[in-house]
Design a protein around this ligand. Sequence first.
Ligand SMILES: Cc1cc2ncn([C@H]3O[C@H](COP(=O)(O)O)[C@@H](O)[C@H]3O)c2cc1C
Ligand SMILES: O=C(O)c1cccnc1
Length: 360
Amino acid sequence: MVENQANERDLHSKLMEMIGRVEPLNEEAMKRADQHLLNLTKPPGSLGKLEDIATQLAGITGELHPDLSRKAIVVMAADHGVCEEGVSAFPAEVTPQMVLNFLAGGAAVNVLARQAGADVRCVDIGVNAELSHPQLISRKLMNGTCNIAKGPAMSRETAIEAVLVGIKVVEQLWQDGYRMFATGDMGIGNTTASSAVLAVLSGGSPEDATGRGTGINDERFAHKMAIIRRAIETNEPNSADPIDVLSKVGGLEIAGLAGVIIGAAAHRCPVVIDGFISSAAALLAAALCENSVHYMIGSHLSNERAHGQLLKEIGLSPVIHLSMRLGEGTGAALCFHFIEAAQRIMSEMATFDSAGVSRG
Ligand SMILES: Cc1cc2ncn([C@H]3O[C@H](COP(=O)(O)O)[C@@H](O)[C@H]3O)c2cc1C
Ligand SMILES: O=C(O)c1cccnc1
């Protein structure tokens, strides 16, 4: 017990050290970017969100024309003990099956990543199956979480360890040359954990935070709401302590993704947030590390019911509205195209002076 506490303290101080490295954005570079955007041959602000992204990228990197061509979508995969309550339309064995699909390049995220010139990196942080593959990043901490309807998902120590896994994965990818990151998830049952996280951190009702995930019917939907309510009542997570929330009602992939976000921010890299599960991780990252929000780009508005509310809690406005509800990093992969568009506007557009166009 004493040893466990010492280990937890050690892990906690490592996490706090990484969080301390996340700085505010570079205001001077943002001013330069805004000035450049004003000089381009268009009415001020007429490229809308593309201009916001261009300014944000300058604030993140300190450069007007950063090279963000090496992009990694980090797909964190893990299982959820709460699946035994019947909260998903699909069986838990789909999690390891889909991991193999990611590794074979056949999942939706692989297709969209290829189109966007991004690489998919899959991490087993807690899949309930033996998996081995040369391309799999194996960082398994547990064989799935415990059932949150009955008790905590994981220990506090494991929750911190899982966040650190995400941070370390990004650190390695940064050393390999990646300069832009996106979050992706795989884990049957993970919309249940994500909704529980949202309800606790927002102080809203579990019912309002719940959606249909993979597509459950009305009866299962009512049951899922009741399970999320029970998970919160049983565990009594402390909304002022994000690690407590993660360990009691979260998930290993959600914790790992919070780490990916903090790691990207610590390296001054943009991190594109995918759908509902990734946004739950982003809300936790924001609660752990206020400055990390400035490094996030909200990719899309998922059709999962509470996603709009979740994005509002973080303070993100989504770039794309395509009625998608898949996860894996699919929305984030599509968002890369718009980020590249913003970058090309910054580097390729003529100025009023260079094109001889009159200003208003
Ligand atoms: C074949 C298949 C591929 C997926 N890819 C992502 N998800 C998504 O659905 C799951 C969450 O929904 P729920 O909480 O209802 O289980 C997660 O694995 C998420 O990544 C998938 C789900 C399925 C079935
Ligand atoms: O928005 C998502 O990420 C999502 C929604 C439903 C199921 N899986 C993922």
